[in-house]
Structure formats: C-alpha cells, structure tokens
Design a protein around this ligand. Sequence first.
Ligand SMILES: [Zn+2]
Length: 403
Amino acid sequence: MTMAVLFLFSLLLTGGTVSAQTVPFTLAQGGKARCVIATAEAHQALAEELAGWLQQVTRGKKFPVQRLPVDQPAVVLATASDLPDLARQHRLAELGPEGYLLRTEWSRLWVLANTPLGLQHAVYGLLHEVGCRWYCADPTWTVIPYRPTLRLNLNRRERPAFRDRVIWYTWGAPTQTLWNHYHAWFRRNRQGGHFRVNAWHAYETYIPTSEFEKHPEWFALVEGKRQPTQLCVSNPEVQQRVVEGVLRFFERHLDQQMASVEPNDGGGHCECEGCKAIGSPSDQAFFLANLVAKAVRARYPDKWVGLLSYAYHSEPPRFPIEKGVYVQVTTGFRYTALSLEEQVNRIRDLGADVGVYDYFNVPEWSWDLPGASKSSRFREMAESIRLYHRLGMNTYSTQASLD
Ligand SMILES: [Zn+2]
C-alpha cells in the first residue's frame, strides 16, 4: 500500500494553507539541536516521542524536553487549555477537535491543537513536513530523511475531512508484534478520529448462536425452518435482549460513542409473519436499529448505534431513520439498483448520518496482483475519496490487503 497511504492522507486532511508571512525557524544546525521542545506535563510522552524522531532525522543528540513556560528558542507543544490566549489569537476553535496549527516565528515553532488527539496529529503532521513517512505497518517501510540542518517555514492550519479514518488490514498472523506495528502505523498516519464508528456484524454478540437450541424462536425463520443466521427482530424478547445488550455495552464502555446493531454477515433474514409485516431485510435491520437508538438516546442523549447499508440490507428502508442511527454505506456488495449517490442521499434524507465503508482490496478479488485492486490504482482511489466527501459522507473506513 506504499504510496497509497500518503496519497490518501493528503486527501483526508484538507484545509491546509501555507502563508508566505511566516519566518523560518531553525531546529538543528550541523546535527546540533538549536532549540528545546517545551510542553505541559500531560504531553510529556508525546514530546519525548517527537524528540526521538528528530534525533533520528538530525542524527545528533536528543532534543531536550522541558516544561512550559520557556524562554529560549523552542518547539512548543500545547493544547488550547494550556495556552488559552494564544488559542484565541489563532482562532484554534475553528479547527475542531482534531484540527491543528503548525506555525514558525523567530524563536518558536508552535504546535497547537484543541485536544490531545489533535496534538498527536499535529506532531505527526510536523514530522510529515520534515519528510518522515510510515508507508506500511512493518518498520521496513519507515522513511526518515537525514537533515542535519533542519529549518522549517510553516503556517499550516489543518483539519481532517472525515471524522473517523480507518484502514484495516486482512493480512498476516495475528501476532502481538504485527498488532503493535499496525497500531503505531495507524496513529502516525493520523488515522482514527474523534467520532469512532462501530458497525461490525453484531447480532451474534447480543444473542449468540449457543442460545439457538433453547430459543429457536429468537432466530430467523428461513424457508419454514428456524436458523441461527439472523435474529427474528419482530420478537419482543429479541428486541429487549438487544436493547439491554447495547445499554450494557455503554455502561461498560462509557468512552465509546457508538454500539453496533449491524446484522450478522451473510443472508438468512427472518420470514415469519411478524418480520414480513415489518418488511424487507433492510426494513428489518433499520427497524431494530431505530428501536435500539430510541432506547439508547433516552438514557444517553449523545450516544449512537451504527450499522451498514450493505449486502441484503443495502436498500434504504421504507420508513424514516431515528436520530442517533449512523449508517456506513459500503462500496462493494451493494445489492441495490440505486447509484451510490442515490443510495447515500436517500439514507440521509430518511434522517441518518452517513459514512463510507470502502474496499481498497479483498484478497479473494485480486489475489494481490499488481493493478488488480483499487489500492494499486491511486488515481481512482483518490477520486473516489473526493466523491465520498462531496456526497457528505463524514467517516471513512476501508479494508485492505497486503498491497
Ligand atoms: Zn421473525
């Protein structure tokens, strides 16, 4: 995926401007640090991380990290709450929870953001300006330029175009090492976001197949036989179980903004009289999502439930969608005659907030051959991301493979 990540993130992070009105700031000369890194206690670890990367870039001694306030030339890492006057002066609030400012002055390089997450993006945005790249998760693909004299002239105001940005891999053995590499790569490329989507296949987590023997009536009636493929969503006990499961999820994970109510993967939706009265598989999926969203919002007004518009439930439902339901529309497995634009607009018109679930690559589709997947067709990938943004889709998830 080498160039793809770079390309993608230059698109995902829009709104950057470079003004000629700044002055250059010298971080290092001939391999020697010419400044300190100054920050508040809360960002000490992030400042140390920056110091470590800059040491690799200049191949000199480690940049000293010290607490604010500071007198000597410094790279200052701070959030709006650390330096409220400066934040107001630079209208930082306009940049939102993940936006950041990089600005050079005579004796300062300001690295400012509204939140700790924004500050993390700011540090890696700065390192991107320096020329550092983390193309793939394996450290082999890390590129650190050698710049013994490091002088920057910056005035960038950045904010991400999508509220959540996720590229997930379907490769390799699930070892701790690969997991660590992936997570490091994820944050260094400013992935994630302040609005984390959760729309994984979830019915199984609320009513597992192991309940089938005792309660076949909770599961789908398919061709006259109960089967543990999907849930019988018209059954009041099923509705209650799912509502309770979602509420329990938020009790345990109050930091999470969204619980999934996405059906299990594959078909097999219920054909009982009650479910048929609700409607198609789409109507059934959105019916349950609506019901759960109402119950969730009664207790947690800011929480969401998420599901996909995908496969057998690609079609928009035939009724309005409740506030608090988030829908990621998939760009593959679209079992609908609507164009993507029609599908997205229809779902939004029904009341949902909408994001995209994309497919850079599915190994079974491409066998990872050159040019066979979207991830190796950069222009197409870039154009599609612009299109999703234009359609008002505000989160971006994609699955990927080895390329
Ligand atoms: Zn049913």
